[in-house]
Unconditional design. Structure first.
Length: 691
């Protein structure tokens, strides 16, 4: 079938929801990979579970919301909302069983071989049972609240992602059955150690009893005088996507706080139940929670395997990857004076590649030295997500208290970090920082910092522009890029950008930046079209793009056009990819790879051959509608030749033959290939670059 508008196949796009499930399947394949250390496989099981929770809370919730409003808009690949939900339901059901099977049939026996065992109550010895009863009485029982369901007690609210027991009891006098709900508390450890030293002893034996098993064994204490018939474990996922109706006359902070209070009452979008479950109990849950039967997922074994992080945290280094200590960038290891970062940047740009280069001795040191330097007049920074004990925020507070002008744009709409960011915003305000909450209708997702310094009577500006958040914890787990520079053009660009973010400026053109929502899509499409012209006219051409997700149809169609013109296109896409590569007459010159491994591939970088005058760009923007239309994003042109060579080397290594990765075919199927670990190679080479 051919699109009448473009002449291109109407099925040229891959459904974004199914493509996301393909990405999470790649995570699951790492959990299935017996060449990885055992607890690393456990980690990937937990990541898969957390990813799927968020997918339902946001993406599936959004589809269901649109379905409830009667919208008939089809997805770009031609599917109705109902068709998408049906396909997602089928896929997630299969993945849930595959996930459970990996844990129960493969990981669990291997854990037992390694001396880590999850037991059930009937496997606990008499002495251990006595200690566990004491623990239940002292630590668990006081927290529990059984809630009856009868004409005087309506069905209780079930919070999202909580574990719950549906309990059936019987009145011995009347024989009448009763139904009650019991929430498994989330402020008590999910896996209770069963050891010689008691439930709090994790050293004598690595044996653990799930908290729900401990509670189930003591249900009679919660329903004295009644007969406990049975119990069933279940878990609900709710719509957690915020819809903040922004009004220019309303305080955005107050509007967001109101929506956060509503989030916990979002409609249910998934019901997970442990197998087997009594049909009558299931019918009660389906009816009371108002979920469709298609939204019910029967899970063999444990529910909520995201809790497996507790096992990963065990002190068993022989079951994990070898520890990796990031290296200080060679250019930043020269000298330890407070001026060392600024002196280095006056000599040229520095490209940092996390986690291979230390965040603490690069970006964090840059902000900390700026805060402590008497010659620094102002610091301006965007904060999208940061850590709970953020040294970046502490440095900004110190700078403000020292009398510097500190401007911080805190994006309080950062999904699932809203409450933390509201808290940071208030702490910064109390310290005297100028805090801005972003622009109406847009999220500020760019990663930028500007330091204004007086040097011998002259004002000089120092900048950082990156692909990752100012978060020292994720900087050890996420792969990201950043440029530290004293280039006056970048300093002028960031000055203009911050004036737009904090004031009424409507700047849309910049010197070395492309900025969304006005300039990135048009800028990239123009560069892609330019490469197509070069190819048609016989000049050197080529495109390389590394992003988390590629969904935008305008960008995809431009890449198809470039491919048909003969441009070699290499795409490194970690997550969603809606482009079909390798289709004759459409995309035979496009290759798509995905690398999923120890570190989360998170950087965004683009290269355009430019008839021999190549351009490298890095920044915060993925190629999705939300990034290009509804966010403030920044891409920086990398002009430093050393940095350009470093970017090319990283991309060359990722696309080389034999690298362990997944290749996407025109049939929308991903195939795992290669044996050489790309990230291990970068770890080995960390610190070897010479500036």
């Amino acid at each position: 079938m051919v699109s009448t508008r473009t002449g291109a196949p109407a099925d040229r796009y891959i459904n974004r929801e199914l493509s996301w499930l393909d990405f999470n399947t790649r995570v699951l394949e790492l959990a299935e990979d017996d060449s990885l250390p055992l607890l690393e496989r456990v980690k990937f099981l937990a990541i898969f579970a957390s990813n799927l929770d968020e997918f339902f809370m946001v993406r599936i919730a959004g589809l269901k919301r649109r379905q409830s409003t009667g919208l008939t808009v089809r997805s770009p690949d031609g599917l109705t909302i109902r068709e998408q939900l049906a396909r997602v339901s089928e896929r997630t059901r299969d993945l849930a069983h595959r996930h459970a099977d990996v844990f129960t049939k493969d990981i669990t026996p291997r854990l037992e071989e390694a001396g880590i065992r999850i037991v059930h109550w009937d496997e606990v010895g008499d002495g251990e049972a006595a200690r566990l009863r004491d623990y239940f009485r002292d630590q668990v029982f006081p927290v529990l609240t059984p809630l009856a369901v009868d004409p005087a007690h309506p069905f209780p609210y079930i919070s999202g992602l909580s574990l719950n027991l549906a309990v059936q009891v019987r009145d011995p006098d009347t024989g009448a059955p009763r139904f009650a709900r019991l929430k498994v508390p989330n402020n008590v450890p999910r896996f209770v150690p069963v050891g010689a030293g008691g439930p709090l002893d994790t050293t004598s034996q690595a044996r653990f009893l799930p908290l729900e098993d401990l509670i189930a064994a003591h249900l009679q204490q919660l329903f004295p005088g009644l007969d406990v018939i049975d119990h069933h474990l279940f878990r609900v996922t709710r719509n957690a996507d915020l819809e903040v109706e922004e009004d220019r006359d309303e305080d955005l902070l107050q509007a967001l706080e109101r929506e956060l209070a509503r989030r916990r009452f979002g409609p249910a979008v998934r019901l997970e139940v442990a197998e087997p479950m009594d049909p009558q109990v299931l019918q009660v849950l389906v009816s009371e929670l108002e979920v469709d039967k298609e939204d019910v997922v029967h899970v063999p074994g444990l529910l909520d395997l995201a809790a497996l992080w507790a096992l990963y945290d065990l002190d068993r280094p022989e079951l994990k990857d070898e520890p990796f200590v990031p290296a200080t960038h060679p250019r930043l290891s020269e000298g330890e004076t407070p001026m060392s970062v600024f002196a280095t940047l006056r000599e040229g740009d520095v490209l940092v590649h996390h986690p291979y280069h230390s965040f603490a001795t690069s970006v964090q040191r840059f902000i900390e030295q700026a805060a402590a330097d008497a010659n620094v007049l102002a610091i301006k920074q965007t904060l999208y997500r940061t850590s709970g004990d953020s040294p970046i925020v502490n440095a900004l507070i110190d700078a403000a208290e020292a009398g510097k002008q500190v401007v911080v744009l805190v994006e309080i709409k950062a999904r699932f970090d809203e409450e933390a960011n509201i808290s940071w915003a208030r702490s910064l305000e109390r310290a005297g920082c100028h805090v801005v909450y972003g622009l109406v209708g847009l999220k500020t997702h760019c990663k930028t910092a500007l330091v204004v310094r007086r040097e011998s009577g002259v004002i000089r500006r120092y900048c950082h522009i990156g692909t990752g958040n100012y978060n020292p914890k994720t900087a050890r787990l996420y792969e990201d890029l950043g440029i530290l520079t004293a280039d006056p053009r970048v300093g002028a660009d960031l000055t203009d950008l911050f004036n737009t973010l904090t004031g009424y400026s409507r700047q849309t053109t910049y010197r070395r930046l492309m900025v969304a929502p006005h300039g990135i899509r048009t800028g990239l499409v123009e560069k892609i079209h330019r490469e197509a012209r070069h190819a048609r006219e016989g000049r050197p051409s080529g495109i390389r793009i590394k992003v988390n997700s590629l969904v935008d149809e305008q960008v995809i169609d431009a890449l198809y056009e470039a491919s048909t013109a003969g441009v070699p296109v290499e795409l490194l896409i970690r997550g969603i990819c809606s482009l079909r590569p390798g289709v004759p007459g459409l995309s035979e010159n496009i290759r798509v790879r995905s690398i999923v491994g120890r570190f989360l591939e998170h950087s965004r970088a683009m290269w355009f051959a430019g008839d021999g005058d190549g351009e490298w760009w890095i920044g915060s923007a993925d190629l999705m509608h939300r990034n290009l239309d509804r966010r403030v994003e920044v891409l920086l042109r990398v002009c430093d030749e050393t940095a350009q060579r470093q970017l090319q080397a990283v991309f060359d290594a990722a696309m080389a033959p034999g690298v362990r990765c997944w290749e996407l075919g025109g049939d929308a199927c991903w195939t795992r290939t290669g044996e050489r670990d790309h990230q291990a190679g970068l770890m080995a080479a960390a610190g070897d670059q010479v500036g």
